[in-house]
Design a protein around this ligand. Structure first.
Ligand code: DNO
Length: 396
C-alpha cells in the first residue's frame, strides 16, 4: 500500500505537514480552485506538485478531474469540454500524475443526510438515512414521481421523520443533502438543485451509460498514450436518488463498463464504503473481482442502521460491515501479483476515505468527512493491518 491522504489544497485546515505526520507518503489532491470544465495548465499543476514535494510526499493521484455535466448529458457542447479534459490529462501526465479519479454521478457527488451523527463513543460520522432522503424529496423538493421510486412504507417513514423535525433540523437535513462537492463550501439552493435535476429529464441509466462509454472511448486512447489510468469512483450511496440515473453501484455495473471499453486505461477507484452501502454488495469480493483494474483505493467502513430503508452510517475503519483485514489482504495479494508480473510500481495508493470527527477535530473547519484525527487513526489502523499481515506471511 502506498499510504495516502486527501488534501484540498493550500486552504485546507489539514495541512501537508499534518498529512506527513499521519504517515502518508502520497497526497491525493486536485486543483480545487479550478471550476469544473476549466483547463488545468501545466504550470498550475507543476506549482501544486511542488507544494506536495516540498512536504516530502508525492502526487500520484488526482481526485478528481471532474466531468462537465454536458458530457454526462451527451450535449453538443460536450465536444469542447472533452477537448479541454484531454488537454488537462496531457498536462497532468507531463507532471508525473499516474491516475485520474473521476465520477459519473449526475448532479451530485456523494450524498448524506447528516454530517455529525454521534456514535456511542461521542465521536461523529456521516449518515445516509433513507427516510431523510424520502422526506427531502417530498417536502423540500416537492418531486412528483415519488410513488414510482419509493415504497409506501418508505414514504411513510419519510413523512413521519419530517413531522418530528423542528425548523432548524429541517434546515440541517436540507443543507447536508445539498452540500457542494467535496472541497467546496457552497451549498446549492433547492431551486438550483431542482433545475439541475430537470436537465436529466429523458436521460435514463442506459443513456447515461452510453454517455459514459462515449467519454471513455474518447479519453482512454489518450490515457494509454500518455501513461495514465482513468479510475471511476462508484456511486455513493450506491442506488438512484432524486429520480436521477446511476450507473456504477455494483460490481456488475463496472463489468458492463469494462465490457464496453476494455482498454487497460479504464480503471476503478475501489471504494469500500461506497460499495458497502448496498446490502448485496460484498466489497472484498468486488475488490478481488476487479483487482487488476484498481489503480487506487478508498478504504472506509459502514454499518447499516436500518436495512429496509437503506440507512447506513460510517463507522470506525475496523468496525463495520466491511472486513477490513480481508480487504488489506486482497490488496496485498494484488500487489504481489503485480510485483511478480514485473510492474514498475506494484504498490497501490490507498487513502482512508472519510474518518470519524473527534473532539479536537470539531474545533477545526475541515471538510465534511475529512477530519484530521479520525483519518489519521484510520491510516494507522490500515498500516498496522498491513504490517501484521507481512509478519504473519514471513513466519508462515
Ligand atoms: C467522497 C469522495 C468522492 C470522490 C469523487 C470522485 O468523499 O470519495 O467525492 O472524490 O466521487 O470523483
Amino acid at each position: 500500500m502506498i499510504p495516502s491522504f486527501r488534501w484540498f489544497g493550500p486552504t485546507d485546515v489539514v495541512t501537508l505537514q499534518h498529512i506527513r505526520q499521519a504517515g502518508a507518503r502520497s497526497v491525493v489532491t486536485a486543483l480545487h480552485d479550478h471550476s469544473c470544465g476549466s483547463l488545468w495548465s501545466r504550470e498550475a499543476i507543476a506549482n501544486h506538485r511542488q507544494l506536495v514535494e516540498n512536504a516530502d510526499m508525492k502526487w500520484h493521484v488526482v481526485e478528481s478531474l471532474p466531468i462537465h455535466e454536458s458530457i454526462k448529458q451527451g450535449k453538443p457542447e460536450s465536444e469542447r469540454y472533452l477537448e479541454i479534459y484531454a488537454e488537462s490529462m496531457r498536462n497532468l501526465a507531463a507532471e508525473g500524475i499516474d491516475v485520474i479519479c473521476y465520477n459519473f454521478m449526475p448532479v451530485t457527488d456523494w450524498t448524506r443526510t447528516e454530517l455529525a451523527h454521534p456514535l456511542s463513543d461521542t465521536s461523529t460520522v456521516l449518515l445516509c438515512d433513507g427516510a431523510g432522503l424520502a422526506a427531502f424529496e417530498r417536502h423540500v423538493l416537492d418531486l412528483g414521481d415519488l410513488e414510482t421510486r419509493y415504497s409506501a412504507d418508505e414514504l411513510l417513514a419519510g413523512d413521519q421523520l419530517w413531522e418530528t423535525l423542528d425548523d432548524a433540523a429541517k434546515d440541517r437535513l436540507t443543507s447536508a443533502i445539498l452540500l457542494g462537492l467535496p472541497g467546496t463550501v457552497d451549498n446549492l439552493s433547492p431551486t438550483e438543485f431542482k433545475s439541475m435535476l430537470a436537465d436529466y429529464d429523458g436521460i435514463d441509466a442506459a443513456t447515461l451509460r452510453s454517455n459514459l462509454v462515449r467519454f471513455l472511448e474518447y479519453v482512454t486512447p489518450i490515457a494509454e498514450e500518455i501513461g495514465i489510468t482513468m479510475a471511476i469512483h462508484p456511486d455513493d450511496p450506491p442506488r438512484p436518488l432524486f429520480g436521477l440515473p446511476r450507473v456504477l453501484s455494483t460490481g456488475d455495473d463496472f463489468q458492463k463498463i469494462v465490457d464496453a471499453v476494455p482498454s487497460k486505461a479504464n480503471g476503478l477507484t475501489f471504494c469500500s464504503g461506497s460499495f458497502g452501502g448496498r446490502l448485496e454488495n460484498n466489497p472484498v469480493e468486488i475488490f478481488e473481482r476487479f483487482a487488476e483494474r484498481i489503480p487506487f483505493a478508498h478504504f472506509r467502513n459502514v454499518q447499516f442502521l436500518n436495512e429496509d430503508t437503506n440507512t447506513f452510517c460510517e463507522s470506525p475503519h475496523l468496525d463495520g460491515r466491511v472486513d477490513m483485514i480481508a480487504l488489506v489482504e486482497a490488496l496485498r495479494n494484488e500487489e504481489q501479483r503485480r510485483e511478480e508480473e514485473g510492474h514498475s510500481c506494484p504498490l497501490i495508493p490507498v487513502r482512508p476515505d472519510h474518518g470519524r470527527e473527534l473532539i479536537d477535530d470539531s474545533t477545526k473547519q475541515s471538510y465534511a468527512g475529512y477530519s484530521y484525527q479520525g483519518r489519521a487513526i484510520a491510516l494507522a489502523e490500515l498500516l498496522a493491518i498491513e504490517k501484521t499481515l507481512n509478519r504473519t506471511s514471513l513466519k508462515g
